[in-house]
Design a protein. Structure first.
Length: 143
């Protein structure tokens, strides 16, 4: 599948009620070990791909989307029918969605780029790769 002028990826929730496409190249996968992501996913970490809001197209299931504000200014959006987490978004980054990588249907041309929030990672999940590690969130030169 290709979008006009770029790549296109498709994704859906577990029940298939929520369907979307991403009309852009993908950034690297960010692995988040924070306690909120662990609880929201039911796994030791979340695998997120930052996607520009303008590149995200919801094709089905708008009525199935529900949002939960897990902390001030951060919403976690999920399918109200099957419970699949779809994306999260922050008020401080209104033009970016963090899509859950496991929802995408195509083989991904990107790999994990770093681990975040290792200070709160699950003690029972060892991190054994050589990716960059951060005790908290993403560090930007502007911060």
């Amino acid at each position: 599948m290709r979008a006009l002028g770029g790549v296109m990826y498709s994704g859906n929730c577990l029940c298939g009620g929520v369907r979307f496409r991403i009309e852009s190249a993908l950034e690297g996968i960010q692995i988040c070990h924070c306690s909120q992501c662990r609880r929201a996913q039911g796994t030791p970490f979340a695998t997120n791909i930052p996607v520009a809001l303008a590149a995200f197209v919801l094709t089905d299931g708008d009525e199935l989307l529900a949002a939960y504000e897990s902390s001030p200014g951060k919403q976690r959006v999920f399918c109200r029918r099957c419970g699949s987490p779809i994306f999260s978004k922050k008020a401080t980054l209104p033009d970016v969605l963090r899509i859950r990588a496991g929802l995408l249907n195509e083989a991904l041309p990107v790999e994990p780029v770093a681990h975040f929030y290792l200070d709160s990672k699950a003690n029972w999940w060892p991190v054994k790769d050589e990716l960059p590690r951060f005790s908290a969130g993403w560090v930007t030169p502007d911060a």
